[in-house]
Ligand binder design. Structure first.
Ligand SMILES: Cc1cc2nc3c(=O)[nH]c(=O)nc-3n(C[C@H](O)[C@H](O)[C@H](O)COP(=O)(O)OP(=O)(O)OC[C@H]3O[C@@H](n4cnc5c(N)ncnc54)[C@H](O)[C@@H]3O)c2cc1C
Length: 396
């Protein structure tokens, strides 16, 4: 947003500040590859400073509170910053403490997450020496960031253990609170089929109540028990606690936001970008990128006192790594579920939707470069519009 707005706003009238508590920015999709020794930590972490456009001020501090009634942000070091317009982009983070026993004695011994840098690195070290047994790949509850990432983890695990010639020593089970592999019917069908093909069991409708550390099993509210030797879980995802302290969040600390304008439902001069909002779009980097194009337009309209455009359609575009050098690609929005077809050129591709291919895998690997060099810089991706394109998709 800073990159976009820097070009659009009069420098004599506007000052852009970014406040972030961290000095480093993480390429979170890389957390998926770190446990399998595909990426190194240096592929994933870079200094935020590298990405701040000239003329924009970076303040490294934790935000304690947003006093929205007075247009003030309060920082941990005691400083205050007044704003005319606030864009909240504080993301989502894991909250393993929400499930009894999850952060118990086995945490980072046989219970791991891969949604944090630390968790992903600890899991890499574990997998390097693990001799096999029952592996559970588990989702606690929806919504989560990149809802396909746990599936990708299961597929990559299958491929990883095959390459280590120990697949027969590992039983992989995918445990989900959903009734199938994914949230949308057509993609669920394709992904359920892939799980079967790769000999990955699925336990659906599992609403976890507890991790029993002593007996190494997870238990759901109905009393169903699943034993494990290694539990790779995606804990509950929540917005930052700052929202609770500021009276701006819902029960999961996400900010109630208009799903098409990206304006806060409570304060007209607050806008929300990316995972921090409660809109029903996927929590994905691609979504934040598309939102930013539309939000820039809306902020300029807001400044002029004109009505905002209700233009954001929930467009998401995600590669799903399926192991063995292949991947799927899905492209969807609020009203259209992922279907088969070609992307970005209708009838031509070169990428195919909802079908495994090596080209899609190359796309997934290229996504790291695109993230650092295109998405973070707010550059438009050629031939990919901010709203979803219907042409090239087989909706029938
Ligand atoms: C394992 C995994 C795989 C993924 N794979 C994909 C993928 O393949 N494709 C895809 O598009 N997306 C993927 N994602 C999702 C993607 O990473 C996120 O959707 C994206 O990073 C969201 O961007 P954001 O700006 O909303 O939040 P973030 O990138 O999380 O940034 C939030 C920022 O806010 C700062 N912050 C938070 N609270 C405070 C505070 N109180 N004070 C000061 N600063 C604060 C943080 O330090 C951070 O820098 C994946 C995510 C994970 C975890």
């Amino acid at each position: 947003m800073a990159n976009h707005l820097q070009h659009e706003l009069d420098k004599n009238e506007w000052e852009i500040n970014i406040i972030d508590e961290r000095e480093e920015h993480h390429y979170q999709p890389g957390y998926l590859f770190l446990p399998f020794d595909i990426y190194e930590p240096e592929d994933i972490v870079k200094s935020i400073k590298e990405f701040i456009p000239k003329g924009v001020r970076l303040l490294t501090d934790k935000i304690e509170k947003i006093d929205a009634a007075n247009n003030v942000v309060q920082m941990k070091n005691g400083d205050h910053l007044h704003y005319e317009i606030l864009i909240i982009a504080t993301g989502a983070k894991i909250a393993p403490e929400e499930v009894e026993g999850m952060k118990g004695a086995e945490w980072q011994k046989s219970v791991f997450d891969f949604y944090t840098f630390e968790g992903s690195l600890a899991l890499r070290n574990k997998l390097r020496e693990w001799e096999g047994g029952r592996l559970l790949v588990h989702i606690t509850e929806m919504p989560i960031k990149c809802p396909v990432a746990p599936l990708e983890f299961a597929f990559l695990a299958d491929s990883f253990f095959k390459h280590k010639h120990m697949r027969d020593k590992v039983e992989i089970t995918y445990v989900t609170p959903l009734s199938g592999a994914f949230t949308k019917p057509k993609a669920t069908e394709a992904l359920d089929h892939l799980l079967q093909e790769k000999n990955i069991n699925i336990e659906s409708d599992f609403a976890i109540a507890e991790v029993d550390n002593e007996n190494k099993k997870i238990i759901d509210y109905g009393g169903r028990e699943i034993p494990f030797d290694l539990l790779v879980t995606v804990p509950t995802n929540k917005g930052d606690e700052l929202m609770e302290r500021s009276g701006l969040g819902d029960e999961l600390n996400y900010v109630p936001t208009h799903k098409a304008t990206l304006q806060s439902l409570k304060y007209k001069n607050i806008f929300v970008l990316g995972d921090a909002s409660n809109i029903p779009a996927s929590k994905a980097g691609s979504v934040a990128h598309f939102e930013a194009e539309i939000l820039t337009e809306n902020i300029l309209l807001f400044i002029k006192g004109e009505p905002l455009k209700e233009e954001f359609d929930g467009h998401a575009n995600c590669f799903i790594e399926t192991g063995n050098g292949k991947a799927l690609l899905i492209d969807f929005n609020y009203t259209h579920e992922p279907v088969e077809g070609t992307f970005p050129f209708p009838g031509i591709g070169p990428m195919r939707l909802l079908k495994e291919s090596r080209m899609n895998h190359m796309g997934k690997l290229a996504f790291k470069w695109i993230y650092w060099n295109v998405l973070l810089k707010g550059t438009h991706i050629p031939f990919v519009s901010a709203t979803m394109q219907e042409a090239g998709k087989n909706f029938a």
